[in-house]
Design a binder for this molecule. Structure first.
Ligand code: UGC
Ligand code: NI
Length: 166
């Protein structure tokens, strides 16, 4: 039996809409305190880095990704059970975010699609199902913070998806 194609329209990303999946990394919606003799605003602790399991450690990487074409056709979502994963654009790149709540089965009714505004990053909570990075418009460079260590930390869940922008 062919798998049902799930069609989604990407909504503008907001911290409130994303709360079930992790955090939106965006200083514009955050508080700060002054440091460096009043020269720097520190927008502190914007997202929770999770690193679980044997020899777990935090990795800082750079992803340079080619843009996706819309509508975005996806065949699976993935999850990282042993750690969070954050993506922060380095040059104002917009990207598409597709997520579903953690759990061993994905309920199609709970899958959500978002589009960022170029100033936002995301931090997927450990176990949150998500599409692989999907940058729009042009080649994108992202700072990525996620988990290294022993153990398998990337699982896929087949799901036929088509995502459109409004
Ligand atoms: N595999 C990898 O490092 N990246 C993916 O997890 C992704 O979410 O893009
Ligand atoms: Ni991932």
């Amino acid at each position: 039996m062919s798998e049902q194609l799930l069609q989604l329209t990407a909504e503008p990303l907001t911290p409130e809409a994303f709360v079930a999946f992790g955090e939106v990394i965006d200083h514009r919606s955050a508080t700060f305190f002054m440091i460096n003799d009043g020269r720097t605003r520190r927008y502190h602790d914007l997202a929770k880095v999770e690193t679980l399991g044997e020899e777990a450690r935090t990795l800082i990487s750079i992803f340079v990704s080619q843009p996706v074409q819309m509508p975005l056709e996806l065949a699976f979502l993935e999850r990282h059970p042993l750690g969070s994963q954050a993506f922060v654009p380095l040059h104002g790149e917009r990207f598409v975010v597709v997520v579903a709540p953690a759990g061993d089965v994905i309920d199609p009714d709970q899958v959500r699609a978002f589009v960022t505004d170029g100033r936002q990053g995301v931090n997927y909570r450990a176990g949150t199902w998500h599409a692989i990075q999907s940058v729009l418009d042009r080649e994108g460079e992202f700072l990525v913070v996620d988990r290294g260590g022993v153990g398998h930390n990337c699982e896929e869940h087949p799901l036929a998806l088509r995502v459109v922008l409004k």
